[in-house]
Each structure stands twice: as structure tokens, then as C-alpha cells.
Design a protein around this ligand. Sequence first.
Ligand SMILES: *Cc1c(COP(=O)(O)O)cnc(C)c1O
Length: 374
Amino acid sequence: MTMSEFLPFTKPYIDEAAIAAVGDVLRSGWITSGPRMQEFERQLSAYFGGRPVRTFNSGTCTMEIALRIAGIGAGDEVITTPISWVATSNVILEVGATPVFADIDPVTRNIDLDKVEAAITPRTKAIIPVDLSGLPVDRDRLYDIAKRHKLRVVEDAAQAIGSLWQGKRIGSFGDFVSFSFQANKNLTTTEGGCLVLNNEDEARLAEKYRLQGVTRSGFDGMEVDVLGGKFNMTDVAAVIGLNQLAQLDTITARRHALARHYCATFGAGFEQQTGVQLPLANFENTNWHMFQIVLPQSVVRADFMAKMKARNIGCGVHYPPIHLFQLYRAHGFREGMFPIAESVGRRIVSLPLFPGMSEADVERVVAAVGEVLA
Ligand SMILES: *Cc1c(COP(=O)(O)O)cnc(C)c1O
């Protein structure tokens, strides 16, 4: 990439083999959910240590379905983070339950588990933690809290495929674990997602919620006993996922290398000199889904982004605090309730990070950040 070319904040990794595989499916005569979707589910299950896995047409619906399987609805409270894609809490509203936010930890930018524990009431039924940028929430502490208070967990691991906790893959242990395969995620199927479940009963129920509540038997048997929706993954999407899953370790390694190069190029003194907060330099657990910095109070983020854009560099905002959206204000949330999330949400910026980037691109971004902040 030359200096003059626009560098987006992310770009999907799609190779010729993926494109050819899509062509093969389109020519095969079977283009919706079928053998490739089943094969993708088998391979995902193997990847997650043999746990049951079902695929869907989004990450969002997997969380809604997990809540339904857990029997969570009206009158129940679900605790989550205000710093996430709004899907995380929209699914709580979707099933008729009440979202309860707990503020974040300023260093990890993930939900603060002390505040989760403080927010538990007799009506609390579940926790939805989010691994922002792929940096895992402390799973030992999380499941200790869940166990003591008898809560279900729906891990919003949308960004965390390939991340580890104590050497174990996220998704290979725990309660429900949800992943997204949306275009910007480390593994994409264009749109899509999967849910890791605890047992075959839950998996069967997930299949019903996925497709109109239908169960088929024999040649012509069909029954409907729950209200399901339309959330199935196509074989076209599944072959892209199969192609990506085979390369996931390589993709993650490339992200690690680029993130290391960012840290090294910014250098040890950068935070002190500029007041910018770099991401936690974690190379053990995270899949480096994003490289997010938090700007100093004195910098207006929109100005920073405009000046980066003028240098042909795209930035992202992940995320504005959910509780300050109109929909959530209408549920009683107000400015000042989650001050760390509000402060970080105003100042957080995602810098370009994707496998197709070069080390020179990283250097160009770091130089531009320095210029803009000078
Ligand atoms: C991408 C994402 C989702 C939603 O996934 P979709 O596949 O777009 O429905 C949910 N939560 C987080 C944290 C995400 O990054």
C-alpha cells in the first residue's frame, strides 16, 4: 500500500480459494443451509473441544436464542457492559427482560466484575460479558460469580474467536458462548455467527429457534412446538467460514505481529508524552481483534478522526456508551450513571488493524497519530 492509498480501519481477509468455494456452492444446486453448514458446525465443534455448536445468520440472534433457551424474559434482569455494540443489550430487550449495566474497568475496557457483583439482585438471571477487542473478561472470576449467584452466562465473544483464557480457547469451556462472523470480525462468513451450547437438548432447541420452531421426522413429518424465527446460515456463507477457520491461527498470528509492531513503534514514552492510553499489551490471551487507543480529555475525537482521514487513514469508534442512546434513556438510563464507560466511550478510537496490512502501514498510522496530536 502506497502513502496515497486509503487505509481503512479494517478489511476482510478473503482469498481466491474462498471465492472459488463460493462459486462451487452456487453451481451445486443447493445454496441454502445444507451439507456445508453441517460441515462448518462439525469443524467449529472440533475447534471448541467437542462442545455442541450451531451456526446462524448473525451473532446477534445467537445471544437472543441463548436467552430464550435459558428461559429468560419479562421480569428478569440481565447484567451487561455499556461499552459494546448495541446488539449486546438489544437482545435483552428483545426477549422482554431488563438490561442492567455495570461500569467498565478503565484498563481492560471490559465490564468490571466487582460492579457486576454489586449489581446483582434477586431478579438477576444472567450476565452477558463482552470481550472487547478480543481481550477476554476474567473467566475464573466470572464463573465464580455466576456459580455463587446461580446465574446463566451468555458470553458475547463476538470479537474473541481465537482468544484464550489460561491457555484454553474461548468457547471451549463455560456456559453459552456466542461468536459473530460479521464482515469485520477475525473470522467472517460475510454475515453470520455461532453459538456454543452445553448439551444436545440445548442444541435441538437452538435449531428450533433458528427455523420457525420446526422439527422434522421421517419423510413427511413436521411439528412446531415453540415460536422460532428465521436465522439459518446458508451453505454459501458456510464455505467462506470453512476457508477462514482453516487459516484462523495464521490470521491471529498476523494480527499479533502487527499489534506488537504498533506497541514497539509507539514506544515506551508515548503514553506519558501524549496522554493517549494504548491498549493493554497482552500477547497471551487476546486475538487482537482491534487496536484501540483512548485519546486524552483535551482532544476532540471527531477532529482527530478528520485529521487522520485527511492523511488517508480510516479510524473506527467501538463504541459509544449504550445507556446514553435514546432507546436506553427511555428505559431510565442517564448521563453520569457509568462515568468510566462515558469517558472511555467519548475518547476511544480504533486504529487500522487487519491481516492484509503491512508493517509500513503501521508506521504510517503511528506517524500520523503523532502529527495529529502534536
Ligand atoms: C459484531 C458484534 C455483535 C453482533 O454480531 P452480528 O453478527 O453483527 O449480529 C455483538 N456483540 C459484539 C461485541 C460485536 O462485536
